[in-house]
Every structure is written in structure tokens, then in C-alpha cells.
Design a protein around this ligand. Structure first.
Ligand SMILES: Nc1nc2c(ncn2[C@@H]2O[C@H](COP(=O)(O)OP(=O)(O)OP(=O)(O)O)[C@@H](O)[C@H]2O)c(=O)[nH]1
Ligand SMILES: [Mg+2]
Length: 441
């Protein structure tokens, strides 16, 4: 961490202000060179001219110096608030590099903050999740998580397990007696309770990944049933080509839009295509992959025609997927001829109004909102599952009176729990984790 790193901290593109961030032991001296100043007062916003090393003026902006350790990374940081757009900040970055800094890797500022003890891993991941979160509720949960909710939750379970382990190790070392029965019972309860708690939070978080990543909704159905018409109606513009020719949509089309407080991603697929009496495998594959990827499926049928084999295939695929699905009988402006009873099916005419589908989606998404703690990365989910399983195994060992293996399982649980918040020894795991962070963060 001896190098001084620099990066654009705001999004790359047009905006009124850009922030260039510099962190490391030479941050101040490098900045002073470009500012032609002899010093900067910590935590004071200073309006200053920024020069190149060749004395050319690059911009005039606000400069703020955060003296170590009272900064985001725990190192000296200087932030340059420059005029927005791409060119000004890029020129300043180039000069910072010429003056001795190097360009930061994605997540490198956060990684330094972590290594300098400014935040634990749970907080770092909550911060990253917050930046990319796709729903108001996720933003709420993750803000709380940054304040330490998840660390507290994990810490409490960890300390209960540590206490038990300490006690058991003493028993193994110093006593031949059996554990007192009331304590044994208490320990068993603790193991089961915490194993369930961890399992629950992992499962909930897995099911609700969409809160952070954005729920994916796939529109599937055979050709010509009105899938693209529904997409266009949702987006309120002609995004996809609609025609009475079966197989109009060949590629998959993806768009983001907001339903209630959720930013969702909707996928319009090519559907199952029939070719010379043979169901084309490629069409089926399109539908299957969209169904697998999606959190929610809109299975569309043409209500003005009797069902056929292809409709049945869609129903089968959707039912087997175990995903949340809405059945939609489209073309309700025409005479109704569909002959399969689909529970809860929504009748619409994409030509006139799809708002009832949006309402159903919105109320379903609302049911996914939660006030509970959520794990914001797969890494956290995996660690919680590992800890939960280790506690369950520990419970079984205790039942069989195998105290040494019991202690080993408790250790595994503690290790898994610690990995959520506390340092990993293996630096490549850290590199892997922080590399998914934004540049300049
Ligand atoms: N009468 C009526 N026609 C509709 C309705 N919705 C769609 N259509 C018509 O059905 C035809 C097919 O619509 P699309 O939206 O292209 O259907 P699709 O499912 O995307 O078709 P592919 O892309 O070929 O798989 C077009 O001619 C639409 O105008 C509806 O509610 N009522
Ligand atoms: Mg289409």
C-alpha cells in the first residue's frame, strides 16, 4: 500500500461536477505540486487552480485534504472537485500519474479502508450493494447494514459459539465428567436456533437477490401471442417490432424499467418456434434460458385461440421451474377460445391496456420487500450456509457425545462467521472481492 493511487470517483460521463480522488502517503505532496501551493489545511474546501507539470492551467475547482488517519481509506486523501465531463478529470488524472501517483484498480480505495481497519467486510459489501441496488428497500436495508446491523447479527451468534467452544475445550482438557444436563440442553438449543437463523437469512437473501440486483422478468410464450406487444405497452413505446408474422422477435430484448419502487429488467424472448411441423430446439432453448435466469415469469397465451402442444410445453416448462409465474391470456378483445384452465390467469388485451399486469407485479414485488437483515453478496450467503451446516453437524456430534469432533465443528462455524466481517488471511480472496467494486471507490 505504499503507492499513492488516483481515480475518478464520480461516474464517467457528462455531469456538472467530477471528483478525482487521490490516496496514499504522497497524496498531499503530489497535490501541492499541481496546485502550486505550499500547504492545504485538512478538511477545508479550498478553491484553487489546478496546473499541469508544464504550468498549463487544467481547471479551477474545490480541493479538500483529509489527513490520515481521518479519511475514508485511513491514508492521506486529496479530493479534486473539478468541472464535469470526461476531459477535465482525465487530464488531471494524467497529471497526477505524471507527478507520481498510479491509477487505482476497481475497489482499491475500499480495500485500503478495510486493510486499515476503517470498516469490516460486511460494511464494505453493503456499501458496494448500495451503489448498485435496484430498489428503495434494498437501499434502506444496506444503509442500515453499513451502520453495522449485519456485523452485529453475525457477531452475536459468533460470540455464543465462541463461549460454548471455550467451555467445551476446558471440559475436554480438564474433566472426565459429562457435561451437566441442563447446560447440554441449552447448548443444543443454541446450536439449533443459530443454525436455523443463519439458514433462514441465507435463503431469504438468495430469494431476494432481486432487491439488490433488480428482479428479472421473462416474457415467454409461443410465437404471435403478443409478448412484444406487452413489452411495448409496459415501456410505453415501440421498443420491439410487433407483427402478425410468427417469429418476429428473433433476439432477446432486455430493458430496465420501474415498477413501484423496484427497478426491474424485462426480457422479451423469441419463444418456441415451429418449423415444418418440428418444434425448433433453438426456440425452446431461448425460452428455457430466459426462464432459468428470471426471477419472475410472464407466460403469455393467445386467449382467442384454442391451446396447442406449444402452449402445453410452455406451461410444463414454467411449472417445472418453480419460479414465480403469472399466466396471461392475451387478446381479450377477441372472442375467448382458450381451453386450458390456468389458475389466477390474467385476461388482458395488450392492444389496449396492460396496467392490470403491472399492478399484479407491483403487489408481488411489494411482498418481497423486507425489513430484515439481508446478505448482499454470494460470498456472505455461502459463509452463512457453511456456518449453519457446521452448527447442525456440531449438534449431531453433541448428541453422540463426540466432544472433540463437536469442538472441531464449532471451530468451522466460527471461521465461516468470521469471514463475513473479519480479515481473510488469503489476499487473493480479498483481491477477488474488491475487484467487483466501482473504480474510484
Ligand atoms: N387483437 C389483438 N391482437 C393483438 C393483441 N396483442 C398483440 N396482438 C397482435 O398479435 C400479433 C403478434 O404480436 P407480437 O407482440 O408481435 O407477438 P409476439 O408474441 O412477440 O410474437 P413473436 O415475436 O413472433 O414471438 C400482432 O399482429 C399484434 O398486433 C391483442 O391484445 N389483441
Ligand atoms: Mg415478439
Amino acid at each position: 500500500m505504499s503507492e499513492t493511487i488516483a481515480a475518478l470517483a464520480t461516474a464517467y460521463g457528462i455531469g456538472s461536477v467530477s471528483i478525482v480522488r487521490l490516496s496514499g502517503k504522497d497524496a498531499l505532496s503530489i497535490s501541492l505540486k499541481l496546485l502550486k501551493l505550499s500547504n492545504l489545511e485538512p478538511r477545508y474546501a479550498k478553491l484553487a487552480k489546478i496546473y499541469s507539470l508544464d504550468d498549463e492551467i487544467l481547471d479551477e475547482g474545490i480541493v479538500i485534504y483529509f489527513k490520515a488517519p481521518a479519511s475514508f481509506t485511513g491514508e492521506d486523501i486529496v479530493e479534486f472537485q473539478t468541472h464535469g465531463g470526461v476531459m477535465v478529470s482525465e487530464r488531471i488524472l494524467n497529471e497526477l500519474v505524471r507527478a507520481g501517483a498510479r491509477l487505482a484498480m476497481p475497489g482499491e480505495f475500499s480495500k485500503r479502508a478495510f486493510l486499515n481497519g476503517k470498516m469490516d467486510l460486511a460494511k464494505a459489501e453493503a456499501m458496494q450493494g448500495l451503489i448498485t441496488s435496484k430498489s428503495e428497500i434494498a437501499a434502506k436495508i444496506l444503509t442500515r447494514q453499513m451502520q453495522g446491523d449485519l456485523s452485529k447479527f453475525v457477531g452475536e451468534i459468533r460470540s455464543e459459539v465462541v463461549k460454548t467452544l471455550a467451555f467445551v475445550e476446558t471440559m475436554i482438557d480438564y474433566a472426565d465428567d459429562d457435561l451437566p444436563t441442563n447446560l447440554l440442553e441449552q447448548t443444543k438449543q443454541m446450536l439449533l436456533k443459530n443454525s436455523e437463523k443463519l439458514e433462514r437469512i441465507a435463503t431469504l437473501s438468495e430469494q431476494r437477490r432481486g432487491l439488490i440486483d433488480g428482479f428479472k422478468i421473462a416474457i415467454v410464450g409461443k410465437p404471435n401471442v403478443g409478448k412484444s406487444s406487452i413489452l411495448n405497452s409496459f415501456l410505453a413505446y415501440e421498443r420491439a417490432i410487433v407483427s402478425d408474422e410468427a417469429g418476429t422477435t428473433r433476439d432477446r430484448i432486455e430493458e430496465n424499467f420501474k415498477i413501484g419502487s423496484h427497478l426491474v429488467r424485462i426480457i422479451d424472448t423469441a419463444g418456441i418456434r415451429k418449423d415444418a411441423g418440428r418444434i425448433e430446439q433453438i426456440g425452446i432453448n431461448y425460452s428455457i434460458s430466459a426462464i432459468n435466469e428470471a426471477d419472475i415469469i410472464l407466460a403469455v397465451f393467445d386467449g382467442s385461440n384454442p391451446s396447442d402442444e406449444q402452449d402445453k410445453e410452455i406451461i410444463r416448462l414454467v411449472s417445472n421451474s418453480n419460479k414465480k409465474a403469472f399466466f396471461i391470456l392475451n387478446k381479450s378483445d377477441l372472442a375467448f377460445k382458450f381451453d386450458i384452465e390456468l389458475e389466477g390467469a390474467i385476461k388482458i388485451s395488450a392492444k389496449t391496456d396492460t396496467s392490470v399486469v403491472l399492478k399484479e407485479l407491483e403487489s408481488y414485488l411489494k411482498t418481497q420487500d423486507t425489513d430484515e437483515i439481508m446478505l448482499s453478496s454470494n460470498r456472505q450467503i455461502l459463509s452463512c450456509k457453511e456456518a449453519s451446516e457446521a452448527l447442525r453437524r456440531a449438534f449431531l456430534r453433541l448428541n453422540e457425545d463426540e466432544l472433540e469432533i463437536f469442538a472441531y465443528e464449532l471451530n468451522s462455524a466460527i471461521k465461516a462467521l468470521s469471514s463475513i466481517t473479519k480479515p481473510f488471511e488469503r489476499s487473493e480472496i480479498l483481491d477477488e472481492m474488491f475487484s467487483h467494486f466501482c473504480l474510484g471507490k
